[in-house]
Design a protein around this ligand. Structure first.
Ligand code: FAD
Length: 467
């Protein structure tokens, strides 16, 4: 078993921010990440892409990660890439599996753990979303960042939110095209938005960028419709068309590829499986772990930095990692509270600046109502092939939330362990009971969080393992 002061799960901006600061205080740090290189979602493959001619396409926000990655590479912080944490035991031991051939990584016992596992795309279960040719915008962007692949010219993007428009812009930068953006956002309630816009003015660069992204589809000849409803994807062995309704009129677009995006949610699988306290974030329509201002969760010694603790973007993620490291350094006896507070002051100031436009963005891009209430025939749990109708039936039989529905229908029991269905299952249970979103029990994560072999479990030397 390996022993470290600080184990950091995730090498995105939050994990790197935490790692560099903790390392500066003389703490032993190990950063583990599934990906082959550091950078997380936003800076994925940034070490290779400029040389492959993709830097300009991916844009200035992407290239802005270069100094952080260079600092990390030069820091000497231990980094274990292509390794996945699948369980954290009650004794703070993390169990890992390797994602490439080679020796099996040993379990890691850490005094402090920072979960910097980022966000996940919100599932958007529409009729036909499981047909080959339909995938998420984030998935398609990963193909661009890792393999330089672009979607076909007749692609239709469905949903809304900053990542959707950013990816469309990146496609245009590459000199490629898309057919249309079918935006699900309806008319905006202007009064709350106006209030939030005032605080968003503290981040004028972001607003300007947003306007540029929104103008791009028209400039590049892509159709953009707003307020689409009753969206369906059809096709036998492959996607062949998208159907939607606009002010009561049915429309069809023929296409070979559909990219869906309904916003981001914090990745809470570890914190929920570890029994941390959570709350329903009404603005972001998602569960979120309770954290102190220092990003410490309700479980002492377990910190949650970056998007895993609430969607706030890359720079806020990096700052929150550094803030967590200051409190870790204090608890480890490296600094006292006055020094922690002194060092934290400028970080908090910049962090608050980064958070200022969030309420505006959250109000501007609420998740489409469809993603909480798909028609009965829609598959919700892709792993176990469970439809919305089956989930509604289980709820009507008295299953009061996603954890009971899982036992009755197997929704959430497959390899993804509910990551792509539990929030929809919970919403359907809430509707059946006449409750609001977030008023039913939160889906409870269960270890192992990722598929592991029996051999890995058997060889885990696992006193603290409760599988
Ligand atoms: C698909 C997707 C694409 C995005 N693209 C952009 C973009 O282009 N521009 C933008 O501004 N924002 C983008 N975002 C939002 C962006 O990710 C965040 O704002 C920012 O990167 C958050 O940083 P983070 O460090 O909190 O998390 P991330 O950057 O997401 O890093 C989390 C890291 O944790 C690792 N990880 C998770 N679970 C485990 C585990 N069990 N074991 C080991 N490693 C694990 C992941 O591999 C990942 O590298 C994207 C988000 C998603 C989900």
């Amino acid at each position: 078993m390996k022993n470290v002061d600080v184990l950091i799960v995730g090498a995105g901006p939050a994990g790197l921010g935490a790692a560099l600061s903790a390392h500066d205080f003389g703490l032993s740090v190990l950063v583990v990440d599934e990906n082959p290189r550091a950078g997380g979602q936003i800076y994925r493959a940034l070490q290779e892409n400029p040389a492959r001619g993709l830097g300009r396409i991916l844009g200035a926000d992407y290239l802005a990660g270069k100094p952080l990655l260079e600092r990390f590479a030069a820091s000497g912080v231990a980094h274990l890439p292509r390794a996945r944490v699948w369980q954290i035991g009650h004794d703070n031991v993390a169990y890992l599996s390797a994602l490439s051939p080679g020796p099996r990584p040993e379990p890691v016992k850490a005094r402090f753990i920072v979960l910097a596992t980022g966000a996940q795309e919100r599932p958007f279960p529409l009729p036909g979303w499981t047909i080959p040719g339909a995938m998420t915008v984030g998935g398609a962007q990963i193909l661009l960042k890792t393999a330089g692949l672009l979607p076909p010219d007749d692609t239709v993007l469905i949903g809304g939110g900053p990542l959707l428009y950013q990816f469309a812009w990146q496609i245009f930068q590459a000199g490629s095209r898309i057919q249309a953006i079918v935006d699900t956002r309806g008319p905006i309630a202007s009064r709350p938005l106006f209030g939030h816009a005032i605080s968003a003015l503290r981040a004028p660069a972001l607003l300007w960028r947003g306007m540029k992204l929104l103008a791009a589809p028209r400039r590049h000849g892509a159709r953009r419709v707003r307020g689409a409803a009753a969206i369906r994807i059809s096709g036998e062995s492959r996607v062949d068309s998208v159907h939607y309704s606009l002010q009561g009129v049915e429309h069809t677009l023929e296409t070979s590829a559909v990219l869906l995006h309904a916003g981001l949610m914090p990745e809470i699988n570890f914190s929920s499986a570890l029994g941390c306290a959570h709350f329903w974030n009404r603005q972001q329509h998602a569960w979120q772990a309770h954290c102190s201002i220092w990003r410490e969760s309700s479980r002492p010694g377990l910190f949650i930095a970056g998007d895993a603790g609430g969607i706030a973007g890359a720079e806020a993620a990096r700052l929150s990692g550094s803030i967590a490291a200051l409190e870790i350094a204090r608890q480890a006896g490296k600094i006292g509270a006055p020094e922690r507070d002194e060092r934290a002051r400028p970080l908090f100031r910049r962090w608050r600046q980064q958070l200022a436009p969030r309420p505006f963005l959250d109000a501007l891009y609420p998740p489409p109502p469809e993603c909480f209430s798909p028609p009965d025939e829609t598959i919700v749990c892709r792993c176990e092939n469970v439809t919305a109708g089956e989930i509604r039936r289980a709820a009507r039989l008295g299953a009061s939330g996603p954890n009971q529905i899982k036992a009755l229908t197997r929704a959430g029991m497959g390899p993804c362990q509910g990551r792509f269905c539990a929030c929809v299952t919970a919403a359907l249970a809430a509707q059946a009971a006449g409750l609001g979103l977030g008023e039913v029990a939160m889906p409870r994560g269960r270890f192992p969080l990722k598929p592991v072999t029996l051999e890995e479990i058997a060889l885990s030397d696992a006193d603290g393992l409760d599988v």
